[in-house]
Every structure is written in C-alpha cells, then in structure tokens.
Design a protein around this ligand. Structure first.
Ligand code: GUN
Length: 281
C-alpha cells in the first residue's frame, strides 16, 4: 500500500511559516500584505474557492478584499477596474477569479493585471520568467506540488515524470518546475497515443486533466509517486483524476482527493501575496 500524503498537515506547517513572515512584514511596514480578488458573476465553485482564499488570508494575517461584479459587465469595464486596482497602492496581490462568463475573453484580462501583482502567476511575463528558470512568482498548484515532493525527500534527478494535462495553470508550469529538478518530463494530453504506456514508464505521475478516475492502478509503475490534481464533482463528492482505490495498491506515494494537493494551492497563494507585498513596498 502506498504512503498517502497528508496535504492538510503539510499545508498547516507551511502556513505557520508564512504567518510568521507576514507578521514581520506587518511590523516593518505598518500594514499587512493585501490581496484583492475580483469575482465576475456568481459561479458556485468560484464562490467556494474564494471563501477558502479569504479564510486562509485572515488566518495568516493578510488583509483581503472581494470585489463582486455583475455577470453583464463588459470587457472594457472589467479592464478599467483592473487598471484602477493596478494603480491602487493598497493592493499588493490581485487576481481575477476564473472562469469568466462566456462573453468575456480571459486572456486580455489576465494580461492587463500588473505582473508585479499577479499572484496567480498567469501573466505572460511571469510565465516567461518561469520558463527561463528565474521566476518572480510560481503558480500556486505546481508550487504546492513541489512542496509535497520536497517533503518526501526523494532525489528527483534523472527520474522520468509524466504530466497528464497541458494547461497553462498546471500542466505546463509543472513541467518547467520538474525540468528545473533535472527530471525527464513527458507532457501528455487528450491526443496522446497510448497514455497508459506513457504513465507506466513514469517514476512520477502528475494527473491534471479533469477526468474523474482516468489514471488506473494497472497503468502505474510499482512504487511510483502519484500526484492527483483533479477536483471533479461526481455523485455529490469530490474525486480526483486518479482511481484512488486501485492506484493506492500500486503506487509508492499518492496524494488523496480531497486533502492532497488542494490545501497546498491556497498556501502558495498566501506565499505569493507576501512576495508581491515585498516587491511593491
Ligand atoms: N479558478 C480556479 N482556480 C483558480 C485560480 O487558482 N486562480 C484564478 N484566478 N481562478 C481560478
């Protein structure tokens, strides 16, 4: 049976460290770091993610504000709001919660956020810095996964990693971070031929595609590290992209859903808000 990662426990330890550094920043600057979240419309999942972010900020001593905008807002109006928050010196970290309503194209909105306030690390400039191996921010979920891998103490050098999913938020930045650790990285996606064979060759599998239970136990190399990024609502519960019951019997280490990667994602957002506050002070 695999070692099951306690993401909540690890996040708790890392949050304590962030909280100490936030208190130091606040004492030195006379104000806490500040995160502003923009929510367009009333998507239920987004509201629940935002509540978790607000709660985590509060516990860490970070100030947060939520700006709710109507789903009918135009792209120009939203860009004007982002511009005014870019100029607002009381705002350190700024994110626009995705997905946006269908009539709004996320790309120009994300690109309009000041790269110095871009705590999601979605801005092209910040992704470019990450690609060059000298990141300003690190995207929250891949950063959280690196924290999990570091906590395991495994030397990743030369090992084979398969990242299933090529999104800008997880798959691609994840691949960059693993290359930095000298892993040999294969990025798979919906058109990959013989995905099970690719996964079977991997010492580390990161599943981030949003397909419930896609990665099966008999796809895995025995002893592999399996990181499940999936957050799929199915049958009233949250399930990952990995079929946990079969995978836990074959993997060496596995992250559960919930309680694996998720808690680390929020923790790294706090870390990025602190980084932004230090950049801007
Ligand atoms: N929607 C789901 N996850 C995220 C996230 O990490 N950042 C933003 N901006 N939107 C999201």
């Amino acid at each position: 049976m695999a070692f099951v990662v306690d993401g909540k426990g690890l996040a708790g330890t890392l949050k304590k460290q962030v909280k100490i550094e936030v208190a130091e920043f606040t004492a030195a600057c006379g104000r806490p770091p500040q995160l502003t979240v923009v929510l367009v419309g009333d998507d239920a999942a987004s509201q629940s993610y935002i509540r978790a972010k607000e709660r985590a900020c509060q516990r860490a001593g970070i100030a947060s504000a939520l700006i709710r905008l109507p789903p009918t807002i135009t792209s120009q109006e939203l860009l004007a709001m982002v511009d005014s928050l870019n100029r607002d010196e009381s705002v350190d970290g700024l994110l626009v919660q995705l997905p946006l309503p269908e009539h709004l194209d996320a790309e120009p909105i994300v690109a309009a956020i000041s790269p110095l306030k871009d705590v999601d690390c979605f801005h092209p400039e910040n992704l470019g810095l990450l690609l060059r191996g000298c990141p300003r921010f690190v995207p929250c979920t891949p950063h959280g996964i690196m924290q999990i891998l570091d906590s395991l103490g495994t030397d990743l050098t030369g090992l084979d990693a398969v990242v299933v999913g090529r999104s800008l938020i997880v798959g691609r930045p994840m691949a960059m971070l693993l290359i930095e650790r000298n892993m040999t990285v294969t990025v798979c996606h919906s058109l990959t031929v013989d995905l099970p064979a690719k996964v079977r060759a991997a010492d580390l599998v990161v599943a981030a595609v949003g397909v419930p239970g896609l990665v099966k136990g008999d796809w895995l190399k025995p002893g592999a590290i399996v990181i499940d990024v999936g957050t799929n609502y199915k049958g009233g519960g949250l399930v990952g992209d990995v079929d946990f019951p079969s995978a836990v019997k074959v993997a060496g280490t596995i992250t559960p859903v919930p309680g694996g990667v998720g808690p680390l994602t929020v923790t790294q957002l706090l870390r990025n808000v602190l980084t932004a506050a230090r950049l801007l002070r």
